[in-house]
Design a binder for this molecule. Structure first.
Ligand code: MG
Length: 220
C-alpha cells in the first residue's frame, strides 16, 4: 500500500511505527498457558501491514492457525520522552480498534526455539485497523471501555480496558522511557481472552459502541 495518512480534526499524521503490547490481559495470559509479565511485552509491526476496513484479507501461506486478537489502538499526537503517567493520556490524538493477527502455530514454534516473533506477528496484512476518531477524555472513558470481536456473527472476544495489566497511562509512560514517542506512532494495547482461529471465508467484526464497528472478510 502507499504511505498511510491519518487525519484527526484536520491535522495530518504519517505513522512510521506500530508498537504492540503482548500479554496485557490476565485471562488471555492464562489461555495461552503463560504467566503475567513484570513489564510490558513489546513488539512491532511494519506500517505497510495495515489493512483498512473492508479490504479483503488473505490467509498467510506460511502458517495454518491464524488467530484474531481484537485490541484498542491509540494514535500518539505529541512528541514525548519519559512521559509521566499523570499526563500520559494528553499524548493521545486518536483511538480505534484493530486486529493483531497472529499465526499461533508459527508463534508457538518460535517461542519454543527462543526466536523473535516477526514471522508470526509481522506478516503481510497482519494489522487490520479501524478508522481513528479523535480522542476526547470527556466523552471516551479510555480506562473503562468495552469492545468485542465476532466471527460470522458469533461473539468470540469481549474485553474491557479496565482489565489491562498495564493500563494505557502506564504503557505510554513506559514506552516513552524506551523510545521517544512521536506524532503518528500507533499502539496496539493488547488483547483480552477468547482468541481463536479464522478460516477462509470468515467475516470478522470488531466493535465498540464508543469507537465504532469495523469488518473484514477472509478470501476463500
Ligand atoms: Mg496482541
Amino acid at each position: 500500500m502507499s504511505v498511510l495518512q491519518i487525519s484527526i480534526e484536520g491535522r495530518p499524521y504519517t505513522p512510521q511505527r506500530i508498537f504492540c503490547i503482548g500479554k496485557n490481559y490476565d485471562e488471555h495470559v492464562k489461555e495461552l498457558g503463560s504467566t503475567a509479565p513484570e513489564e510490558p511485552v513489546v513488539f512491532m509491526k511494519p506500517v505497510c501491514n495495515i489493512v483498512t476496513p473492508g479490504e479483503t484479507l488473505s490467509m498467510p501461506r506460511h502458517g495454518s492457525l491464524l488467530h484474531h486478537e481484537v485490541e484498542v489502538v491509540l494514535l500518539i499526537g505529541g512528541e514525548g520522552q519519559d512521559v509521566p503517567e499523570a499526563n500520559a493520556l494528553s499524548y493521545i490524538a486518536g483511538i480505534t480498534l484493530g486486529l493483531d493477527l497472529t499465526l499461533r502455530d508459527v508463534q508457538g514454534r518460535l517461542k519454543k526455539a527462543g526466536l523473535p516473533w516477526e514471522l508470526s506477528k509481522a506478516f503481510e496484512q497482519s494489522a487490520p485497523l479501524g478508522h481513528f476518531k479523535a480522542y476526547d477524555s470527556n466523552t471516551i472513558e479510555l480506562e473503562n471501555l468495552l469492545f468485542t470481536c465476532s466471527v460470522n456473527g458469533d461473539l468470540r472476544q469481549q474485553g474491557n480496558t479496565r482489565d489491562m495489566l498495564f493500563p494505557v497511562r502506564n504503557l505510554i509512560h513506559r514506552l516513552s522511557g524506551w523510545w521517544t514517542l512521536r506524532p503518528g506512532d500507533i499502539i496496539f494495547t493488547g488483547t483480552p481472552s477468547g482468541v481463536g482461529p479464522l478460516m477462509p471465508g470468515d467475516q470478522v467484526d470488531i466493535d465498540s459502541s464508543v469507537i465504532g464497528r469495523f469488518s473484514w472478510t477472509l478470501s476463500r
